[in-house]
Design a protein around this ligand. Structure first.
Ligand code: C2E
Ligand code: MG
Ligand code: MG
Ligand code: MG
Length: 280
């Protein structure tokens, strides 16, 4: 037993060692990426109206190619950047590049609807975020109606005055507000009213359960009913099958985002998607 114990410790040490090394590596590479400005890019995942399949807009999602063909998922690098504080610079990168793209589309008369962008709690709490965002939008002549800000419900849980102030300023300017990954955190229903959100996004982890798990179906049904009674629109995320689409349609879910209609696309592919329309 003693022997096994020792091995367990050694395994633990080696795992820890590998984790720490990866962390340090990624943190350094993030620094390089922030300075070089070429390693990050954006994808646009269409959001489609559930009833008529018209394109409602898209969610902007970041991609990071650390070195040639080495991609690191935003799940990993966003979480790390939040811990190190690098998320502030990354958020600025996102706004600059997204607004440039939107300005270009506007100039060319391309109607892309509403673009949702993810904003982390760390950004909302530490930066004069709203002021900065509104001034960057102004620089690129982006109307507020073209933007939606996605925050997770855990962001609301921080219960920080700064977070709330920033959100209020964005709302006041006319930017839509969406609660992301709803049902996966611990938010209080009262926040939904307090911050005057416009959309509620049903997390992919529940959508996966459609046709498989009664409890997931009940949660989705209750979430949509709650949202609609509070006058919020619902967006289902990670929809990738006709069964899931039919289920959500029957419940009057407002918008669909997921591989069923499209994966996150490069800007020019999203333009094509806008031209051709959603097909199933
Ligand atoms: P999220 O905001 O919940 O974004 C939805 C994620 O689900 C995206 O993963 C998207 O590619 C994926 N997805 C959508 N439809 C499907 C589907 O049908 N099947 C499957 N398997 N996946 C689907 P992604 O792009 O890897 O982003 C992961 C998370 O990273 C995002 O979750 C968001 O929290 C964060 N993130 C991404 N970009 C940014 C950003 O620019 N800023 C911040 N702060 N966070 C970001
Ligand atoms: Mg999101
Ligand atoms: Mg989401
Ligand atoms: Mg999610």
């Amino acid at each position: 037993a003693k022997h096994a114990g020792k091995n367990t410790y050694r395994f633990f040490d080696e795992t820890m060692d590998a984790l720490i090394k990866r962390r340090v590596y990624l943190q350094q590479q993030l620094e390089v990426a922030i300075k070089s400005d070429t390693a990050f890019s954006l994808r646009y995942q269409p959001q489609v109206n559930t009833t008529n399949h018209e394109v409602y807009g898209a969610e902007a999602l970041m991609r990071w190619e650390v070195t040639k063909d080495e991609w690191v998922s935003p799940f990993e690098f966003i979480a790390l950047a939040e811990e190190t504080g690098q998320i502030i610079e990354i958020g600025i990168w996102l706004m600059r590049n997204l607004f440039q793209q939107m300005a270009e589309w506007n100039k060319r008369g391309i109607e892309f609807g509403k673009i949702s962008m993810n904003i982390s709690a760390v950004q909302l709490a530490r930066d004069a975020l709203a002021e900065r965002m509104l001034s960057m939008m102004n620089d690129h002549a982006i109307p507020a109606e073209q933007l939606c800000v996605e925050i997770t419900e855990t962001t609301l849980m921080t219960n920080s005055d700064k977070v709330m102030d920033n959100l209020k300023q964005l709302k006041k300017a006319g930017i839509a507000l969406s609660i992301d990954d709803f049902g996966t955190g611990y938010s209080s229903m009262s926040y939904l009213k307090a911050i005057d959100a416009d959309h509620l996004k049903i997390d992919r982890s529940f959508i996966i359960g459609i046709g498989e798990k009664d409890s997931d179906e009940h949660i989705i049904r209750a979430t949509i009913a709650l949202a609609h009674s509070l006058k919020l629109e619902t967006v289902a995320e990670g929809v990738d099958s006709p069964e899931q689409l039919a289920f959500l349609k029957a419940l009057d879910c407002d918008y669909i985002q997921g591989y069923y209609f499209s994966k996150p696309l490069m800007a020019d592919d999203f333009e094509q998607f806008l031209e051709q329309g959603a097909s199933d």
